[in-house]
Design a protein around this ligand. Structure first.
Ligand code: UDP
Length: 252
């Protein structure tokens, strides 16, 4: 493997990515893994090609958002499956935006699967696998003091803007952005940046031209529900996004 820097120590290994130090200040290298997990890692598999596909989708989406003024940790692609990012301290919040009801919302509330949520619902979860990423209430969020009121506003405003941009992008390639999860971090100056990844592992995407409720799924629900064709579905998402986005930027 050749990078424009020396690869350093493995700093962090998560469920879907490994984060490595580099000899450049303010640059980390992130490797997308083929590992797939669901139900808080109770279900696991290795899906050949998932890492490279998700990495490219995520790079295209971060570039798209950057062109629309969304600040993020993304610096550019390095090689298939690898991106360069700015170091951030992750804010332990999972920010979920829902345009249609699906997943946990339908398990927890009497809302019909697929129903439109207008305006989109924004849910904040406390990012902690050991606690099962619990849904936060206003009072719990205040009690944990994870973000200042100003940071909270920045995060929610960015999340809603990101949703509007991604919804439009996906609609243009006949995909319905049902819901997605994003994470934010603070850079060395304390600025809030979009971080982590945006991919079919973290979004629900339905093929608008398909009325079959299993066939239309082009995201991690194929893995969660044992529908098969997971990497093929992710490949279809990549193909469509590539069709409307410029080549992803490389970090040199
Ligand atoms: N999500 C995620 N990571 C998580 C939890 C959720 O990426 O740890 C994504 C999930 O893929 C979906 C959205 O966030 O696109 C909303 O997920 P939901 O709360 O419905 O939970 P789930 O049904 O995945 O348990």
């Amino acid at each position: 493997m050749s990078f424009p820097f020396q690869l350093g120590a493995l700093l962090h290994e998560g469920k879907a990515k490994r984060v490595h130090a580099t000899d450049r200040t303010d640059v980390l290298a992130v490797e997308f893994k083929d590992d797939a997990t669901a139900f808080n890692a109770a279900k696991k598999a290795s899906l050949a090609g998932k890492g490279v596909t998700n990495c490219r989708i995520s790079a295209l989406l971060f570039d798209h958002l950057a062109r629309r003024g969304v600040p993020s940790h993304h610096l550019g692609l390095l090689q298939p499956g690898w991106v360069a990012v700015r170091p951030v301290t992750i804010v332990p919040l999972e920010v979920v935006i829902r345009n249609r009801a699906a997943g946990s919302l339908c398990r927890q509330l009497p809302v019909a699967a697929g129903s439109l949520l207008e305006p989109p619902l924004l849910d904040l979860y406390y990012k902690d696998d050991a606690l099962g990423d619990p849904l936060l209430t206003e009072a719990r969020l205040e009690r944990l003091a994870l973000v200042t009121p100003a940071e909270r506003r920045t995060i929610e405003d960015l999340a809603r803007r990101i949703n509007a941009e991604l919804q439009a992008l996906f609609a243009g390639v006949d995909l319905d952005l049902v819901d997605f999860k994003i994470e934010f971090g603070r850079d060395s100056s304390g600025a809030i940046l979009l971080a982590d990844e945006i991919s079919p592992d973290t979004c629900r995407l339905w093929n608008r031209s398909s009325s079959d409720e299993n066939e239309r799924i082009l995201d991690k629900d194929r893995f969660r529900q044992d529908l098969g064709g997971v990497v093929e579905a992710y490949g279809e998402v990549l193909k469509r996004v590539e069709g409307v986005c410029p080549e992803p930027g490389f970090y040199r």
